[in-house]
Design a protein around this ligand. Sequence first.
Ligand SMILES: NC(=O)c1ccc[n+]([C@@H]2O[C@H](COP(=O)([O-])OP(=O)(O)OC[C@H]3O[C@@H](n4cnc5c(N)ncnc54)[C@H](OP(=O)(O)O)[C@@H]3O)[C@@H](O)[C@H]2O)c1
Length: 247
Amino acid sequence: MSVAIITGASSGIGASLARELGRRKWKVGVIARRADLLDSIVAEVRAAGGEAAAATADVTDRAALDAAVAALEAALGPCDLMVANAGSGQPAPMHKVPIDTILSTMRLNFDGAVHSAGAVLPGMLERRRGHVAVVSSVAANRGLPGHGAYSASKAAISTLWEAMRVDLAPHGVRCTTIHPGFVATPLTQKNKFKMPFLLTADQAAGIVADGLERGAKEITFPWQMRWVATLMRWLPIWAWDRMAPKR
Ligand SMILES: NC(=O)c1ccc[n+]([C@@H]2O[C@H](COP(=O)([O-])OP(=O)(O)OC[C@H]3O[C@@H](n4cnc5c(N)ncnc54)[C@H](OP(=O)(O)O)[C@@H]3O)[C@@H](O)[C@H]2O)c1
């Protein structure tokens, strides 16, 4: 049985992915800050016949995350797949965003994912085998009005993963960048606008698990969002400034 470690697995996409990989016979290690929620995910995976363990850590705290990953590897075995999924964002137009919020968004969505990869990469490079995935966002494709800090953090992590993918391939480590569209989770519950092509977290987890198991380099979903992402990326500035969603 292969071992997957998922950060941000106490709710939303991460929790659904933990259950899905557990059903697919992966041993699953779950990390987040809320121990009670992690314990119930572990209990669900075990009740369905799978193997799972939990460790708490704030992903922005590198030493704490290293310790959590080490504890999970001691319990389950060396990590074959790391899914750096923990992340969040607070929508607000840039003139209302305190600088501290921009920096803390980068610490969670960028530094947190870097710490997650950093915790498993030395072992994977030594074994010349492994897979490191990050949950970015379709918002990485352009600086979304009202979501500038979030877009910037996701663009940064997608760009890093793109370089990592090519650098690490000859060393036996695969990299996958995941770009979800809208998924119904506690993160999007606070959105006041209509979310096009909205998926449930379980649907998202199924798509992500399929992509990871086939070794996809990039997973952008749902399929309609692949077109939206391409359009976002290639629209000229004058057209983007007119068409970008202003909320
Ligand atoms: N939902 C969407 O439409 C959507 C779209 C594109 C991308 N995404 C991305 O998908 C990922 C998961 O989001 P979600 O929608 O499933 O939201 P969610 O339900 O709010 O889940 C976020 C997860 O991250 C964890 N987390 C937050 N801060 C953390 C920290 N400092 N240290 C450790 N864990 C932390 C939370 O657990 P604790 O609070 O217990 O720590 C929780 O398990 C995020 O990276 C998000 O940006 C979501």
